[in-house]
Design a protein around this ligand. Structure first.
Ligand SMILES: [Zn+2]
Ligand SMILES: [Zn+2]
Length: 163
């Protein structure tokens, strides 16, 4: 978020083929436990933030959409599969972790709690390790090169010197 009174945000998919910019105040940030959000994200729950009151611009590429019900579509990158949107006729919400700075967008409510998976509330109390703690069992970590788009807008992507 910038410090002027029109906050600006950017984000996109993992491969960088689809990028977005948002200008203006974000709406409610939430997580949804419903079964459709679980499937759409391939995850335990789906964190979303409404951009209903802001200006959303697709700055690179075009998302694909799957109509998940008679009322809603799920947008994603057709190249890498990153979930990007929940779209209803009156509003669009973006996946929080697809933003370049997801740490700025904290959810304030949970929806669909009737479908919450039984172990989700136990995750914070599981034993925790940093990625590099696994280096003896996963030595490839030492030579890992990322092909993920960086967490900022780029003039050209992918750079010509990779792959
Ligand atoms: Zn992608
Ligand atoms: Zn849901």
């Amino acid at each position: 978020m910038s410090l002027d009174n029109r906050p600006k945000y950017s984000g996109g998919c993992q491969c960088g083929a689809v990028r977005f910019r948002v200008e203006g105040a974000l709406g409610d940030a939430s997580v949804c436990h419903c079964r459709m959000c679980q499937k759409a994200s391939g995850n335990f729950y789906l964190p979303l933030v409404s951009v209903r009151g802001a200006k959303l611009e697709w700055s690179r590429g075009t998302r694909k959409r799957f109509q998940s019900s008679n009322h809603a579509w799920r947008g994603f990158c057709g190249d890498c599969g990153t979930p990007l949107t929940y779209e209803a006729p009156d509003a669009i919400a973006l996946t929080i972790a697809s933003f370049d700075k997801p740490e700025e967008i904290a959810p304030t409510i949970q929806w669909g709690t009737e479908a919450k998976l039984p172990y989700v509330d136990g995750v914070p109390s599981l034993p925790g390790e940093e990625t590099m703690a696994d280096i003896t069992d996963a030595p490839f970590l030492a030579t890992l090169e990322t092909y993920q788009h960086p967490d900022h807008d780029t003039d050209q992507w992918p750079p010509e010197d990779i792959r």
